[in-house]
Design a binder for this molecule. Structure first.
Ligand code: ADP
Ligand code: MG
Length: 426
């Protein structure tokens, strides 16, 4: 089939033409489809059989341009290949933590996948102050397994580079290079921000230590092919309920620095933390939920670090460090020191790379719903100043970080200041 962009009708013809998809429905005469893509890039259709509520699937198709910017911003449809490959790898390495893939159709640039009908986008749950008791455990498993098992700590050099070669993704990398690491911090026509924070935006643009640090992080993003990263792992790329967690939307996948994924997740929890200064006017409810977010940030890091190190101890098969390298009297201690240094560097990368993702949301082309759904611009500015301060400090101070307490300590300090603003103190 040659490429054509599907609509609510033609998507049904497509499903009926595919044996693997047809087989999911007991009756093909009555299928219905609706387009639900709230994303910025692609079309997402839910196809269902109204007579059998359990029968449904999702079709995600790439358009030859970036949806949010319109036809004037062409973007290669190959992005759906990266998404399909990554989802399939997630299914293999961390079963149950991503939607199942039914069909990948390269010509049509689409993926047919499991419909997550009992889940919601995590950002929505967080704005509604829902607690997700298993989330930190699930996502730390996802991060530890995917990052470790695609790295040189686990694979041979040949294996890793062969895998890496199938994830050369320059078009989507460029989106992040421009819109996460560059344009928001200079004049660029697509930038967009709350005029209440004009002064803060201008201050970021002339903050020399910050701008130099962002370049170090950008270079790391561009050059350190450490592991297969999702590369857009914010809370809009995770679907959740109380029992279950699924990672979606890995079209930006490539081999990059591990800390970008862990960091994007944690910094989006910081964004949500900030948003509650506006969304949650009741001080006790706000404090309770913000404490929950802090515990979640801490748990994700601690669980990730423990699982990553455990995988390393049990599967030290990569060619970066052969086991024989440590075969000498002090070798075991030296290996422990190396692991500790490696994980500390990951923490610092997590802080710095992640904070670029939250900082850009305050002044770049795309905001996040946690913040953009705040109607009152003065309250919104309290949230935004908090995020700018925490993000700036995570970037500039990251080299001194050695534990999750360093991440959390800065959140707590800046939250005290934001609380004073909420209460009308200067
Ligand atoms: P984009 O790449 O355009 O950002 P996403 O993959 O983020 O697209 O999907 C957009 C929206 O579609 C998600 O926010 C979610 O609401 C919905 N969605 C995507 N995949 C699924 C799925 N497998 N099951 C249910 N809903 C989904
Ligand atoms: Mg996407």
């Amino acid at each position: 089939m040659t490429y054509h962009a599907l609509d609510n009708n033609t998507v049904l013809d497509y499903v009926r033409s595919q044996p693997e998809l047809k087989a999911l429905f007991s009756d093909l005469s009555n299928l219905s489809a609706r387009e639900v893509g709230d994303g910025n890039l692609n079309m997402v259709f839910i196809v269902s059989n109204p007579r059998a509520p359990t029968e449904s699937l999702v079709i995600k198709q790439a358009l030859p341009y970036l949806r949010v910017l319109g036809e004037s911003y062409p973007l290669t449809r190959e992005r759906m290949r990266f998404e399909a490959q990554a989802l399939l790898l997630y299914n293999e390495l961390t079963p149950g933590l991503a939607p199942q893939v039914y069909v990948y159709d390269e010509k049509m640039s689409l993926v047919a996948m499991e419909h997550l009908k009992n889940h919601e986008v995590m950002r929505k749950s967080l704005v509604a102050r829902k607690q997700l008791p298993l989330f930190a455990d699930h996502i730390s498993t996802f991060l530890a397994h995917i990052l470790f098992k695609t790295s040189d700590l686990y694979r041979t050099g040949h294996e890793k580079k062969a895998l890496q070669a199938s994830y050369i993704n320059p078009s989507l990398c460029k989106i992040q290079e421009d819109f996460v690491f560059t344009n928001p911090y200079m004049e660029s026509p697509e930038n967009n921000w709350n005029t209440e924070i004009n002064a803060e935006v201008q201050a970021v643009r002339r903050n020399v230590p910050l701008k130099l640090a962002i370049l170090e992080l950008k270079e790391k993003y561009m050059t350190q092919g450490q592991a297969l990263i999702h590369s857009d792992l914010h809370t809009g790329s995770i679907m959740v309920n109380e029992q279950d967690t699924r990672v979606i939307d890995p079209e930006f996948s490539f081999f990059g620095p591990m800390g970008y994924d862990i960091g994007a997740l944690l910094s989006n929890l910081v964004l949500n933390f900030g948003a509650h200064f506006a969304h949650t006017r009741d001080a006790a409810a706000r404090a309770a939920y913000q404490n929950y977010l802090i515990e979640t940030i801490r748990d994700i890091w601690l669980l990730f670090a423990a699982k990553f190190e455990q995988l390393w101890l049990e599967n030290s098969t990569g060619e970066l460090v052969p086991n024989a390298y440590w075969h000498f009297p002090e070798g075991e201690t030296a290996f422990a020191v190396y692991r500790q240094h490696y994980i500390r560097q990951l923490l610092q990368d997590t802080a710095g790379l992640g904070a670029c993702e939250s900082l850009r949301r305050m002044m770049g082309v795309v905001s996040v719903w946690d913040i953009s759904s705040i109607g009152d611009n003065q309250l919104r500015a309290i949230a935004e100043r908090f995020v700018i301060r925490v993000s700036t400090r995570w970037i500039v101070e990251r080299s001194s970080f050695s534990s999750a307490d360093d991440l959390v300590g800065i959140i707590r300090e800046e939250a005290e200041r934001a609380e004073r603003s909420v209460n009308g103190d200067p």
